[in-house]
Design a protein around this ligand. Sequence first.
Ligand SMILES: [Zn+2]
Length: 375
Amino acid sequence: MKNTLNAFSLTRQLLNFNTVNPPELEHECALSLGKILEEGGFKTDYYEFAKGRTSLIAKIEGKDNKPPLCFTGHIDTVPLGAVSWKKDPFKGETEGDKLYGRGSSDMKSGVAAMVIAALRLARERDNKAGITLVITAGEETGCKGAKYMAKQGTVLGEAGAVIIGEPTSNYPLIGHKGVLWIEALIRGITAHGSMPDQGVNAINKTAIVIDKLANYKFDTNPHPVLGLPTLNIGTISGGININSVPDKVLLEIDIRTIPGQNINNTIENLKTCLGIEVEISTIQKAEGIATNPDDKWTQQVFGIMEKYLDEKIIPKGITYFTDGSVLKPAYENPPTLILGPGEPSMAHKTDEYCYISKIETITEAYTDIAFNWCK
Ligand SMILES: [Zn+2]
């Protein structure tokens, strides 16, 4: 069994665990990975931000003082969605080069490949640096596992560089945007719908707020790779019934920030723009991250990936956020790249799949990256 374990077969094993978040638990999946890593010589520790919501840290040390290379990925997945799947989401069915299943792209294939690469390195003697694997729970609902571990003091250890195995189709990315989700509450005064002059119409007030948001300009220079922040009004709800003056409207606003943008300033600027009558509260925030493309290790990884992809790598980023928002600052900002075998276009989709050939490629590339850092 151990001899036949490769990144493809391990991805299929991970797909067999239903880790749909919510409501399922990551415990069994984390335990099975921990067992494989322990057999390979890793020291493992488990952390639960809630019962059964298990994250795993696995470490193997090197003989020098050089800090370890960190590979990180999450084992929870998003729900299956309302449309029924043609393939079983938990069986690891294949068709040609495609491996289907919830989490195949986002991102059990990435986790499997990093585990196999780490096990290969662990079989070597006299490694200068070690490897740390940070396998998280609860990423899809706000990086809960990563946040919990970052709060536990020193459990993460140190890291000299970080690879986040989120789906990038094997293209190394230097960063991603952050997120700021806010609620805007606009109040009015209710009255009978036949006597609107007796009340204050919250929907009419909201029309002005929406206009300001639609034309909102962020007070920040564009990031050279990630561009400008964006703002999207995701939901609007308000009103009581047709014959009352509405006294309340709630907007949910999705802002994608860029690295270096001061989130507190952004909130204050928005408050100033919308006026004191609009009550703003924060639902979720996570920092954007970026690594200097000229960083030495980053250039080495670009070189390795150019060999595998047979194309020149140019610095690019993504708009969605990852556990990197938590882990990069927790590790005191080492160079951090997002690089994984999944298809970004398949994340969260019905009949999610990833390409088996890309799992095999990234396993070799992760191995090269690990040997390059640790030997
Ligand atoms: Zn993901």
